[in-house]
Ligand binder design. Structure first.
Ligand SMILES: [Zn+2]
Length: 76
């Protein structure tokens, strides 16, 4: 895969995805992502859908740290 910003080849790695939701700070660790040395980050559609699904299942009980792989395993 090539970076849209700088055109360099980027390889799949793992990244911590962080987002603020309902005034809580959510961290999802070990998310597969393409991270370019120029700073651009890309997620595959599948991964992004999974992130959305994880976020939509959260209750509003404050800050959370979630392991992407564990969440993955718990789903068929
Ligand atoms: Zn780049």
């Amino acid at each position: 895969m090539k970076c849209i910003e700088c055109g360099k080849n980027i390889e799949l790695t793992e990244k911590t995805y962080e987002v603020n939701k309902n005034q809580a700070h959510i961290r999802i660790e070990n998310v597969p992502a393409y991270v370019c040395e120029c700073g651009e980050v890309y997620y595959s559609d599948e991964v992004f859908e999974r992130i959305e699904s994880i976020l939509s299942e959260l209750d509003n009980t404050g800050n959370k740290v979630i392991d992407f792989n564990e969440k993955n395993k718990s789903r068929p």
